[in-house]
Each structure stands twice: as structure tokens, then as C-alpha cells.
Ligand binder design. Structure first.
Ligand SMILES: [Zn+2]
Ligand SMILES: [Zn+2]
Length: 831
């Protein structure tokens, strides 16, 4: 057995650590070992076994955790590629690739015992908790712990220590005195998903329940007399089912959404978390994706992908299918073929794409052979799925970003759906892009990668044009449904003609009225949530900004608060200016919440739903709203870009775009591309059923080519124009790009560091690499940090990465903390 092993640890240092292997222990390359690191024990991945004694004295491996590798040869190689390409520490890459943290994380919780309650009671009477050897300060802390636990069921150690600032030693002492009990909750809590349940409270509940069971007269307490019709309905529903119901199900009761909140505030209903087993979908199964005939184009796509897979060589295909052309059916059919051949496939979907309905489809087609990795899984569930995949029990994997690392063997096919979606880019170390990692993994495994989209990214489209990928088109909608007609409304002209700023143009209002009369459905997009995005003082001209970010706070009317959409900071609604004290504060601009209210005003009879991050807390909410529209329970759906990403809604014949072009004003070179994609996607929601659709597109940028090409459904035209612009400006796909961000809570540090690095860039030879900066980032302050950045552009990625690596070494030598210098290769977000 070799004497030493090199171990990659999940620490932000770009090195591997050498440990001695004690006699008799047999660690394996790609397997985990437990090692001492600084004052703690850590698990890491063995990357090499060798006999080369290091310069310094080594510590010994404590334990070899795996008999066989958890990362096979391919995944180890892929991890090293990611570390190199994205300049990320190898150990942190491996940690991202392996969802096994739960296996070593022990969670401990405490609960109060009867003896503890007694001690608390005595302390309450005598002023000190019983006779004790403790100092008065320690006794006070003990008292605080008992008091805290007395109010609660069982509290996790971190939470308890955070709340009471008790030391570990004191806690152990309290356990010895049997005042509190320690319990291991590692698996128990993690394995269960939690659902919100509404529970009827107090006397009200008892009375209503007895009324329902016929044990008493219908209650008429003073409290219930004050209830309105809706509130009564909810309470009676709860009483009828025994006093509690999951909130999600209770929402199906036909009362306004706010009713439940009111009852909670009045103390009549309580919301509690209850564990629940994961179910793919509680909703009705959808029609099988194979129940329709494949079109000629679909058959052709299927044949091309099938042939590429059969060749057992790397191949890339870009499946460009317009909205509604049936890409998903093609994916599922390909994956079925791969499974029938006894091989494996991975389907990547964007964050919002993996709804319970999609999961249900996958289960229907693949049964138990599919593993679904969604972000709602607990650590323990994720680890369990990982083991199933590794054992070969699930050879079809579907999931969001990190599913690209699924440990399948004999990988034949990776499909990346909506490959342009920005949720594929991880915005923390390692800052990888799952699409690009998918392409590299396929290359290393000799597999086929299919990138699917209605609006491919510039990069992928360019690669297809350069013949790096084969381009497969699905040019028609299924059943030859026509694309919707798009009418542009110039909002500057609307302003001139009506003499005031309009949110909903006369044209859009008229079209909506027409659809509602015909009992057809409408979607309205405004890509900004909240009520008003700006609070402006008319006296001093200043706006209310977040105290952590250089960003306006958004007014949320229903929740009665101001919220920062960047850091989540919340403040109360100001009644006077925070700068000058003037009372002339105005709420300016419109978000989706206000749009919904305006539409209610225009069309009081219409049933309107809203879909944005304020109304959608999880995938189920998202699906619920879309189902309500699908089943005709809504006439109109208002929302942010979320509504552009739905599934087929057959009754929608009109899509109104009220604000989708705000991004065109942002200093980000992808603004035009994103706007074009959003407009195209939302337009694709119109007329997917039997009736033809129409889109009314309101814009302040009516001459912008992104708007014009989207209105004409002219993909090729847009790409030509945009590629020309990218070539001129040396942006991707013509240049590799990296964003280097220098941040600090202290302005002078951010300035000094970025200045130092700026001078270093100036004095360092970097032929063929353009370095722009240092400049203040477009968002100059975010989450308390002041931000400066450099943008690097280079036709040679190797040269650019070499320069960045030297820069990081230089920053370390200058003692700039590594967490304050962020290198983002292929940055998606330039703000
Ligand atoms: Zn003011
Ligand atoms: Zn903020």
C-alpha cells in the first residue's frame, strides 16, 4: 500500500493536502477519507496515492470512509476540468458534485425535562435556579435556556446556542443534571419534507367541532358573530374535517386568499409545519405524452438523436423548436430508447421547469427507473437518490443544475432543456454553468448532448452555425397551429395622445374586453413584482434606498412593507421622506401587484390570478395557478416572467406585454438577448389550443431590434444582428469573458484593493487580453458590500485563465482576502 495520499478538502484554498496512510488502512482514489485539518476533522476526496514524502511532517488519515470510489474516473476528471476552467478550488468542486454531506452532519436537539421544568419553577419563585456550584452569570444563562425550551418542543443546538448564548460545557452540565435531554435528529428531521398545515384553535374550534358532530347547538359566541361569510366558510371547512388541513388544500376553498391570513392574525387559526412524505404530484395525471402522433419533424429529430447515440461517439445537437413544437415528447422518446438499450441518460431542466406534473410524466414513462432531483429534496433524500443512481437502480435522471453530476454509469445521452436559462449558472463557488459542464461530460464519456430551446443562447446558436453542433429544427407547432399575430403599441405615442402615463394602453384594454366577452383567456406580463418599485420625495428628489444595497426599495401594498429585491431587507412604509422629513413622498411606477389591482378596476367581473415570487412559494403554487387557468377557473393571469415559462394553456388567446423591455435599459451586454427570449417565450403562450392567438406588445423601445424581431418571430434575423454586435464589441461568443469583482463592506478597502489590482494589470504583460476597469459595478453596493469590477475579454481562453490565476496569486500575496475577490468565468450576470 502507498504511504501517502493527496486529499482535496472543501476549503477555499487551491491546493491538495498530503496525509500519511496508517498501516492496514486502504483508502482509494475517488473515495472519501476523514482527516484532521486545523482544529477539526473533515472529509475529503483522495485524488492520488503515492510514496513521495512531502517537505513537512504530515498528519495521519483518521479513517478511510469508502471501500470503492464515490467519484469514478470520469467524474474525477470532470471535477478537475471544472476547477481549472472556473478557477475554483478542487475540494469545493467535489463538494458540489457529491450530495453526501448529510451522511456526516449530525444534528443534535434539546428538549426540557420534567426536572428542568421543576428547576425553572423553583427559580421563578426564589429568584435563582436551585442550589448550584455555578456563578450567578452561569445560573442566569441556565435559566435563559430552560425558559427558552419551556416554550418549545425540541430545539436544534445551533438555534438554542444562538438564542441563549449558552456554552457547550454549560449545556453538557445541564444534560448531566437531567434538566434537559439531548436527542439525535440528523435523519429524523431531514428525511421528512415539511408542509404547512392550518389548525383550528381554542374554544372556537371545540364549539364548531361539536356543532359539526351534532353534539351541540350551532355556536354563536361573541367571536364568531364577528366573522364574515368568507371567514365562517373557512372555519367551518376546517371544523368539518376535524380541525386541520394542509394550507395548500384549504386554498381550494373559494374565498379570497387573504381570509386565511386574517384568521391567523385573529388567533383563530394557527399555521404549523408538519412532516410529509414526498409525492410527485397530488394533482390529476396529465394525458400521456405519447398519446399523440409524432410529426415528420419530430420523427426526424428522434432519428438524428438516435443515430448519434448509436454511434457511441461524442456528438452535440442543438434542437431548436419553436414554442409549442413538442420538444418534450422528443426528449422522453429518446430517453426511453436509451433506457431500452440498457444505458443511462440525464435530463436537465431549469429551476421552475421541474413541476410536480413534469415529475408525474417522468414517472409515468419510466416508472421506478427514474430518479428526480429537485431543489425541494432534503439532504438525506438527495443522498438516497444519489445512492440509487450509483447502484444502477435508476438509469434515467432528471433534475436541475447539479443533476449534471449524477453518478450514472454508461452514460449515453445528456439533454439540456431551455439551455439558455440563466438558472443553469451557479452564482457561488464553483461558478459553473451546467449546460457547459454537460457538454464537457458528454465529451469525456463519448456520449451525445442535446441542447433544446425555442430561443437558443447566442453561444449555442453560434456553435451550431460553426458546425460544432448539428442543428435540428422543429419549425412548426404541433397540429400546425399558427404563430400568434403580434401588434406593437408605442407607449410614447400613447402618452402623447392621452396626456398621461398609461400602464394599460387603450388597445390592450379593448382587446382584453373582447376576449373576456368571448369567454376566452388572457395573460398579462409585467416583469417586475411588488406594487411600486420606487418611493420618491417630491421635496428633495431622493428615493428610498435599501440600507444594504444601492437599490430602490419596492413597495408591497398587500403585505404592507418595503422590500429590497436584492437582499430581502424589509422596512415599514415611510410616511415622510427619510432624507428631509418632507411629507411629499410618492409611490412611483407599477409592479405586478399594482397591475393586478388596475386590471381588477378595469374588469371587475373578471377572475384574475397573479403569478410571481410573492404569490408562488413553491412548485405546487406555480402548478396550481396554471391548472386554475387551464381548467377555466381564471379568466386572466397576471405575472412576471414566470408566466412565460408555463406549459400548454389551451384557452389563452391573448397575451398582453405591459413591461418586458425594462431590461433594455440595463448596462448588460445580454440585455437584448434576454429581452428577445422573454418576448418570444411569452408570445408563445398565445393560441396554443384551437383558437389562433394574438399578442399586444406595449413598449417604450419600439425601434429596438430585439422588439422588432420578436414581433416578427424572426429568430434568424435577431441572431444575425446580435452576432454582428457581439463581434464588434468583442463579446461572447467571439471572446471569452470573465468578471472579476472586488468587494468589501468598507469602501476604502474596496477602492484600495481594486486600485492595486488595476495597477498590477497595467504593469503585467497580457497580450491579446482586454482588461476593462477597475470601475464601480453597475450595482455599486449590494448586501452591504461596496463593489468594483474588472471585465476581461480574450479570444484565447487559456491565456485569459492563466492571467486570472496569476492575478489571484498576486491578490493572495497582497493579503486581499480570497472571499473578497470573485472571479466569474463566462459570467452571465454582469451587474
Ligand atoms: Zn426628501
Ligand atoms: Zn438590499
Amino acid at each position: 500500500m502507498p504511504l501517502f495520499c493527496d486529499v482535496a478538502l472543501a476549503v477555499p484554498l487551491d491546493v491538495v493536502f498530503t496525509y500519511a496512510i496508517p498501516p492496514g488502512m486502504e483508502p482509494v482514489v475517488g473515495g472519501r477519507v476523514l482527516v484532521p485539518f486545523r482544529q477539526q476533522r473533515m472529509s475529503g476526496i483522495v485524488v492520488e496515492l503515492h510514496d513521495r514524502p512531502p517537505q513537512v511532517k504530515t498528519k495521519k488519515v483518521i479513517e478511510a470512509l469508502d471501500l470503492s470510489p464515490v467519484l469514478d474516473e470520469h467524474l474525477l476528471k470532470l471535477g478537475k476540468w471544472i476547477a481549472d476552467y472556473y478557477l475554483a478550488p478542487l475540494g469545493e468542486v467535489f463538494r458540489t458534485m457529491l450530495p453526501l454531506a448529510a451522511e456526516f452532519k449530525r444534528a443534535v436537539a434539546y428538549r426540557i425535562t420534567d426536572a428542568g421544568r421543576m428547576a425553572l419553577h423553583l427559580a421563578g419563585m426564589s429568584g435563582s435556579p436551585a442550589r448550584s456550584k455555578r456563578t450567578p452569570e452561569q445560573q442566569l444563562v441556565e435559566f435563559r435556556v430552560l425558559d427558552y425550551l419551556a416554550e418549545r418542543e425540541s430545539v436544534r443546538e445551533e438555534k438554542l446556542r444562538g438564542a441563549t448564548r449558552v456554552s457547550k460545557a454549560l449545556l453538557s452540565g445541564m444534560v448531566r443534571k437531567k434538566w434537559i435531554a439531548r436527542e439525535d435528529v440528523s435523519a429524523a428531521r431531514d428525511a421528512a419534507r415539511v408542509v404547512k398545515v392550518a389548525v383550528l384553535l381554542g374554544a372556537e374550534a371545540a364549539e364548531l367541532r361539536s356543532a359539526w358532530t351534532g353534539e351541540g347547538a350551532r355556536p354563536h359566541t361573541s367571536k364568531s358573530k364577528n366573522l364574515n361569510e368568507n371567514q365562517r366558510t373557512l372555519i367551518e371547512t376546517l371544523a368539518a374535517v376535524g380541525g386541520s388541513l394542509p394550507v395548500e388544500i384549504l386554498r381550494e376553498v373559494d374565498v379570497p386568499r387573504t381570509t386565511l391570513g386574517t384568521l391567523v392574525r385573529r388567533g383563530l387559526i394557527e399555521l404549523v409545519d408538519e412532516p410529509q412524505d414526498f409525492t410527485a404530484s397530488k394533482l390529476k395525471p396529465r394525458q400521456s405524452p405519447f398519446e399523440f402522433e409524432f410529426s415528420a419533424a419530430q420523427k426526424d429529430a428522434l432519428a438524428k438523436i438516435g443515430a448519434a447515440v448509436a454511434s457511441r461517439k461524442f456528438g452535440g445537437l442543438l434542437l431548436h423548436g419553436i414554442t409549442g413544437s413538442g420538444k418534450t415528447a422528443v426528449y422522453l422518446a429518446c430517453m426511453r430508447q436509451v433506457l431500452d438499450a440498457g444505458r443511462s441518460s440525464i435530463l436537465l431542466v431549469p429551476e421552475i421547469g421541474l413541476t410536480p406534473a413534469v415529475a408525474a410524466d417522468l414517472h409515468q414513462v419510466f416508472g421506478d427507473e427514474v430518479a428526480i432531483l429537485h431543489s425541494g429534496l432534503s439532504d438525506a433524500e438527495r443522498a438516497e437518490q444519489w445512492h440509487r443512481i450509483r447502484r444502477g437502480e435508476a438509469r434515467v435522471v432528471a433534475g436541475t443544475r447539479s443533476a449534471v453530476f449524477a453518478p450514472v454509469s454508461d452514460l449515453a445521452l445528456i439533454i439540456v432543456d431551455e439551455e439558455q436559462d440563466s438558472s443553469y449558472k451557479q452564482e457561488e463557488t464553483p461558478r459553473y454553468h451546467a449546460r457547459d459542464v454537460g457538454v464537457m461530460r458528454a465529451k469525456m464519456a463519448g456520449a451525445v448532448v442535446v441542447l433544446g430551446s425555442a430561443t437558443p443562447s447566442l453561444e449555442s446558436y453560434y456553435n451550431a452555425k460553426k458546425n460544432k453542433y448539428a442543428l435540428v429544427e422543429l419549425p412548426d407547432r404541433v397540429e400546425m397551429r399558427p404563430l400568434p399575430e403580434v401588434e406593437i403599441v408605442d407607449m410614447r405615442q400613447e402618452f402623447q395622445e392621452t396626456g398621461q402615463e398609461q400602464v394599460i394602453s387603450r388597445k390592450l384594454a379593448e382587446e382584453i374586453r373582447e376576449r373576456l366577452e368571448k369567454k376566452e383567456q388572457v395573460m398579462v406580463l409585467l416583469n417586475r413584482r411588488g406594487y411600486s418599485p420606487v418611493v420618491l420625495c417630491r421635496a428633495c428628489g431622493k428615493t428610498l434606498q435599501c440600507k444594504n444595497c444601492a437599490v430602490s426599495m419596492t413597495h408591497h401594498k398587500r403585505e404592507r412593507k418595503m422590500e429590497c429585491h436584492y437582499c430581502g431587507h424589509i422596512e415599514r412604509i415611510p410616511d415622510k421622506c427619510v432624507h428631509c422629513g418632507s411629507e411629499y413622498v410618492y409611490f412611483v411606477g407599477t409592479g405586478s401587484e399594482k397591475l393586478e389591482e388596475l386590471l381588477h378596476g378595469f374588469f371587475p367581473q373578471a377572475r384574475i390570478g397573479r403569478l410571481d415570487r410573492d404569490t408562488v412559494r413553491g412548485r405546487e403554487d406555480f402548478e396550481h395557478a396554471l391548472n386554475a387557468l387551464n381548467e377555466g377557473a381564471l379568466d386572466m393571469l397576471v405575472g412576471t416572467q414566470m408566466i412565460a415559462k408555463g406549459h400548454d394553456i389551451h384557452g389563452v388567446t391573448l397575451v398582453g406585454v405591459v413591461g418586458a423591455d425594462m431590461a433594455l435599459g440595463l448596462p448588460d451586454f445580454r440585455a437584448a438577448e434576454r429581452t428577445f427570449q422573454l418576448l418570444t417565450q411569452v408570445a408563445g403562450r398565445a393560441g396554443r389550443g384551437q383558437s389562433p392567438g394574438k399578442v399586444v406588445l406595449q413598449t417604450y423601445f419600439q425601434d429596438h431590434y430585439a422588439v422588432q424581431f420578436a414581433a416578427r418571430h424572426d429568430f434568424a434575423g435577431f441572431y444575425e444582428k446580435e452576432l454582428q454586435f457581439r463581434a464588434w464589441m468583442h463579446y461572447p461568443p467571439y471572446s471569452a469573458i470573465a468578471n472579476v469583482l472586488i468587494r468589501s463592506e468598507k469602501l476604502d478597502e474596496a477602492l484600495t484593493w481594486s486600485g492595486e489590482l488595476g495597477r498590477w494589470f497595467e504593469n503585467t504583460r497580457h497580450e491579446g487580453i482586454r482588461v476593462l476597469g477597475p470601475a464601480a459595478a453597475p450595482i455599486t453596493r449590494l448586501k452591504r458590500d461596496y463593489r468594483y469590477h474588472f471585465i476581461l475579454k480574450s479570444p484565447s481562453r487559456e491565456k485569459m485563465n492563466a492571467l486570472l490565476r496569476t492575478m489571484l496569486a498576486e491578490a493572495a500575496a497582497r493579503k486581499i482576502p480570497h472571499t473578497q475577490v470573485i472571479v466569474d468565468v463566462d459570467a452571465v450576470w454582469m451587474m
